[in-house]
Ligand binder design. Structure first.
Ligand code: TYM
Length: 333
């Protein structure tokens, strides 16, 4: 049996280069050797106010994006979180063993709850518990995500360990404890308007990110306007020059080169020379994805069929895991 991988993305708005380079692109390589379970985290998408008219459409768009980026539905399982009640049910069981103060410490909760003002839902605080359920239901070996998810994965491991401690025995744990997989390259793609902030779907400025569906002219304009600095020559890893590091890293990843090659190529360049090069490289990297995406979005029946099959394959793994946890916790079966 190949080892198993699980990961997901929230269907909130368009996916951007951070989602692609930090997550999806790695999944595409990983599916060569792992059995991949990839889903749309639509239950997570409703932890902040959402538009019901857009939720199903956004979910389908994310599925199309996975496939357009190279996820092969014949090899990997693609499914919708909310279509498997196992996720919510296991989250409830985890709620009852997770100390409240573990959740109060979560950085993402603190950041997002500030933005919500008076309107913070219990769901927003519970977000990482649901994420732990998403993961542990599939007992994956690894969970490939961007750097921002590290704390949630640590919490997942803590919840698994606590469940094992309370309801299992040392030689017979109830659940497998997974490892995070955070690749250094692309793990933290930064905003185009501020190199110290991560690129994010929830940034109010559209200029701060490049969406995977942005047309070439928009990509070029966003890169042209991206924040830079007045220093001469371009370099990686200078803490005084976060924007420079970010734009060079984007170029490196999108042109599939080593850091050393890019450092040598760009060391004497000015922004006026580099920005058109980055724009051209980004447009060329996204063009095949966009063509495939448009094709997929015009064949909804095909996408729906993949999700029906994905649900079945996912449930075949998730249902027995949930049953195992319920038995361990003493529920009548
Ligand atoms: P979401 O939708 O916020 O992010 C999806 C994936 O994209 C990565 N990512 C980034 N990587 C690099 N640079 C960035 N600027 C950047 N922004 C986002 C995230 O790290 C993530 O890998 N909570 C998850 C969704 C989820 C999940 C799960 C993931 C729900 N259940 C179970 C793994 C396993 C999230 O943040 O989605």
């Amino acid at each position: 049996m190949p080892s198993r991988i699980l990961s997901g993305i929230q269907p909130t708005g368009n996916l951007h280069l951070g989602n692609y380079l930090g997550a999806i692109r790695n999944w595409v390589t990983l599916q060569e050797e792992y059995d991949c379970f990839l889903f749309m985290a639509d239950l997570h998408a409703v932890t902040v106010p959402h538009d019901p008219a857009a939720l199903a459409e956004n979910t389908l768009k994310v599925a199309a994006t996975y496939i357009a980026c190279g996820i092969d539905p014949a090899r990997s399982t693609i499914f919708v979180q909310s279509q498997l009640p196992e996720h919510s049910e296991l989250a409830w069981l985890f709620n009852c063993i997770t100390p409240l103060n573990w959740l109060e410490r979560m950085i993402q909760f603190k950041e997002k709850s500030v933005k919500q003002g008076e309107n913070v839902s219990i769901g927003l605080m519970d977000y990482p518990v649901l994420q732990a359920a998403d993961i542990l239901l599939y007992e994956p070996d690894k969970v490939p995500v961007g750097e921002d998810q590290k704390q949630h994965l640590e919490l997942t491991r803590d919840i698994a360990a606590r469940l094992n401690f309370q309801f299992g025995s040392e030689d017979k744990p109830v659940l497998k404890v997974p490892e995070p997989l955070i690749r250094k390259a692309g793990a933290r793609v930064m905003s185009l308007t501020d190199g110290t902030k991560k690129m994010s779907k929830s940034d109010p400025s559209d200029q701060s990110r490049i969406d995977l569906t942005d047309p070439p002219a928009v990509i070029t304009k966003k890169i042209k306007r991206a924040k830079t600095d007045p220093a001469r020559g371009l370099e990686f890893d200078n803490p005084e020059r976060p924007e420079c590091n970010n734009l060079l890293s984007l170029y490196q990843l999108l042109s599939d080169q080593t850091q050393a090659a890019v450092a040598a190529e760009c060391e004497a360049m000015g922004w006026g020379q580099f920005k058109p090069l980055l724009a051209e490289t980004t447009v060329a990297a996204l063009q095949p994805i966009q063509t495939k995406y448009d094709e997929l979005m015009s064949d909804r029946a095909y996408l729906q069929q993949i999700l029906v099959e994905g649900k079945e394959k996912a449930q075949a793994i998730a249902a027995p895991t949930l049953a195992k946890v319920k038995t361990a916790m003493g529920f009548a079966q």
